[in-house]
Design a protein around this ligand. Sequence first.
Ligand SMILES: Cc1ncc(COP(=O)(O)O)c(C=O)c1O
Length: 388
Amino acid sequence: MVNAGRAAFRIPWAVPNVGKEEASEVMDAMESGWLSMGTRVQEFEERMSEVAERPHAVAVSNGTVALDLALKVLGIGPGDEVIVPALTYIATANAVIYQGATPVFADVQAPSCGADPEEVAQKINPRTKGVLVIDYGGFPCDYSLLEDVCESRGIPLIVDGAQSLGSRFGGKSSLQFGSLSTISFHAAKTLTTIEGGMIFADDVETREQLRMMRNQGEAPQRKYHHAVLGYNARMSDLHAAVGLAQLRRLADILSRRRQIAEYYLELLTSVPGVRLEAGCGKNGGQGNDGRGEDCENGWFLFPVFVNHRDEIAARLAAAGVDTRVCYPMPVYRQESIRNYLRSESVEPCPVAEEITSSVLNLPMYHDLEKHDIEFVVEALAVAVRDVG
Ligand SMILES: Cc1ncc(COP(=O)(O)O)c(C=O)c1O
C-alpha cells in the first residue's frame, strides 16, 4: 500500500526508511543458516528493552498479536471490560474482543487526542479489568493522571505503544508506563521490521509466560512439551535483522521526524483555517497543554484539523499530495465492532467525533525534504482558502 502510494503521488504519505544497511543485515542472517527465531531476535529484544527503558522485551510477529498476548497474560477474559480510547486504530479494540471481553470507549482530550483521564475514571465499574491507551500519533498521554486513576482503583494500565516510539512523558519513555506496554514494527511505523511487534514487561515470570505463549506454549528447554495454550507468534531472525539495522540509526530517525514536524509547525502556524495539536514539551504545536517540558512527541503522525476535511484531502490528492485520515470514525462506529458492544457501553464520545470529522494526517517520512514540506503546506493553504 505504501509503495503504491509512492508511485501515484508526487508526495506520498509514508515511505519506509529501509535500504542497503537493512538488506546487508538480512543477507548476513540468510547466510548464517539460521532464519527463524534465534540470536538476532534475542539481540533485538535486548536493544529494544533499552530503548523502552524497561527490563524485559518479548518479540512477536506483529503489534496486534503483542496486544492479544499482553491482555491474555493479564488474565483478561469473558465478562470483563477493558476501557480503550474512542480514537485509535481498530487493533486496540480487537485485542479486547479476542479475549471475549468488551471494549468500553472513553473519550479523548482535544487537541492532544489521548484518552481523557476523567472519562476513564467515570467508565470504571466492577467489571473493568484493564485500561488500554495509545499515544495518538506519538503524542504522549497524560500518564501521571492515568496512573493515578488506575492505581487508586487497582486496575492495570496497559500501553498500546504502537505509535509511541520516541514519545516521552515526565522524562520517561511512554513504553515504560503501564503494567505492560506493546509496540508495532509494521512497515509504516517509525522503526520497522516490516511486520513485527513486541511486549515490554517488568518481571521475569511475565516474560517467561509471554515467551511460552508466543511459541505454542512450549516449556523452556523442553522441546514438544507444551505447558500452556499458545500460538505461533514468533518473530523471525530475518525480521529482527531489519530491526537491528534500523536501531543503529534510531537517533537519526527520531531527530529527522522532529525536524520535519518543527518545520511543518513553523510554516503552518500562519496558515488561517488550519488547527494544530497542543504543544508538547519543547517540540509542540499551538500553546502548551500543561504536560510540561519533560514531554516529547515522537511524531509518528503529523495531524492537522480542518473544516471540510474530505474536500481538502481530495484537493491535496489532486495536487499530488497523499494524506490519511487517522481515523475516519470513533472505533465504536466501526461495523465490525458494533456487534460486540454492550448497548450501555456505546455512548457517543463528542471529542472523538469532532476529531474524526476534522483530522487530516499530512505526509511524514524520513526522506521528506524541506521543499516537499513547503509544497504540502502551500497546497494545503490553497485548498483551505478555496474550500472556505
Ligand atoms: C494504535 C495501534 N495499535 C495496534 C496496531 C497494530 O499493529 P500491527 O499492524 O503491527 O499489528 C497499530 C498499527 O498501526 C496501531 O496503530
